[in-house]
Write a protein that binds this ligand. Structure first.
Ligand code: TYM
Length: 325
């Protein structure tokens, strides 16, 4: 018998790319069948960077994409972070117990501070810890880049539990898929695919048209080494590894099988374009229907926001005594 676990994860509202799908949403869809899932649109986190012109519209479109990818509102709670004020309240309580040294070590802050330095970016991990701890989440399904944030959340929860001398918080665990936990940029196989990369050609968006898919995959960086016969020939070839891993997940075939059937870079790109299109096409059709059915998406969010608020209140009420009494 499988034991139902509490799951929480989130994505910043912005046009989602295939890294977000394979790193996070793909896992969410299968987890929701047997667990109690909360999937959040973390609009407050996205204020630390400038991705969008209208936050409300970006959040709406992100919700529509969650649904189009197969998140089922009958099984999962979809909600918007800023609609539950306990996230920022808990952020503050946790901040009072967070050593500065822990924040100084966070790679996201170190990597981005030159362009986006702010107190918000600095406290980003504490808000993320609040998101997770507020729902007593056991598991947090994310891509590999978020592992450090989950470890931070665990350390902070253990620290507060230690100070409180009781199990105030559930200690969450990161959960990563078996493959494609780190989808790389199409232009540089050593950098992760990211919404903040200045080159649009570096990422494939979930909403990309067939023309855009063709253009981006055609222009994707490869190398001039001979065709790899076995997975071990891929060592030191990050761009080829990235494209082949994507084809392997899309065709549901092992890397060995893929290497045997593809046999050239030209075939690799052509097959990847076709498989990517076949994969994205039905998701995009659903997405465009949902964008037109605005009231359905808003209803899902309203119900999700109300339920998330109730659950968050329960936890906040339980834990605030330690901080306030
Ligand atoms: P964000 O919006 O940057 O990323 C959302 C999810 O997508 C995954 N991801 C990737 N996975 C594989 N390859 C990639 N190239 C790639 N790019 C992104 C991320 O790992 C993530 O799972 N801080 C989080 C948002 C957040 C959150 C939370 C997540 C805020 N509160 C609470 C979980 C629980 C983030 O950066 O999202």
């Amino acid at each position: 018998m499988t034991v139902t676990k509490r799951i929480l994860s989130g994505i910043q509202p912005s046009p989602l790319h295939i890294g977000n799908y394979f790193g996070a949403i793909h896992q969410w869809v299968s987890l929701q069948k047997e667990n109690e899932c909360f999937f959040c649109i973390v609009d407050l986190h996205s204020l630390t960077a400038n991705y969008h012109t209208s936050l409300a519209q970006a959040s709406f479109e992100t919700a529509a994409m969650y649904l189009a990818c197969g998140i089922d509102p009958k099984q999962s709670t979809l909600f918007i972070q800023s609609s539950v004020p306990y996230h920022t309240q808990l952020l503050w309580l946790l901040a009072t117990k967070t050593p500065l040294g822990w924040l100084n070590r966070m790679t996201q802050f170190k990597d981005n501070k030159a362009k986006d330095e702010s107190l918000g970016l600095y406290t980003y991990p504490v808000l993320m810890a609040a998101d997770i701890l507020l729902y007593d989440a056991h598991l947090v399904p994310v891509g590999e880049d978020q592992k450090q944030h989950i470890e931070f959340t665990r350390d902070l929860a253990l620290r507060v539990n230690g100070l409180a001398e009781k199990d105030l918080f559930v200690i969450p665990e990161p959960m990563m898929g078996k493959s494609n936990t780190r989808v790389m940029s199409l232009k540089d196989g050593t950098a992760k695919m990211s919404k903040s990369d200045p080159s649009e050609l570096s990422r494939l968006l979930m909403t990309d048209t067939r023309d855009a898919i063709v253009r981006k995959i055609k222009g994707a960086k490869t190398d001039s080494e001979p065709w790899p016969n076995t997975p071990s020939d891929l060592v030191g070839r990050p761009e080829m590894t990235n494209l082949l891993s994507l084809l392997s997940v899309l065709k549901n075939q092992s890397m060995t099988e893929i290497l045997q059937t593809v046999q050239s870079c030209k075939n690799l790109k052509e097959m990847l374009m076709e498989e990517m299109f076949l994969f994205l096409n039905p998701i995009q059709a659903k997405y465009h229907d949902l964008i037109r059915d605005r009231s359905f998406v808003l209803d899902v969010l309203n119900q999700g926001n109300t339920y998330a608020q109730e659950v968050a209140y329960g936890t906040f009420d339980r834990i605030q005594h330690f901080f306030m009494d």
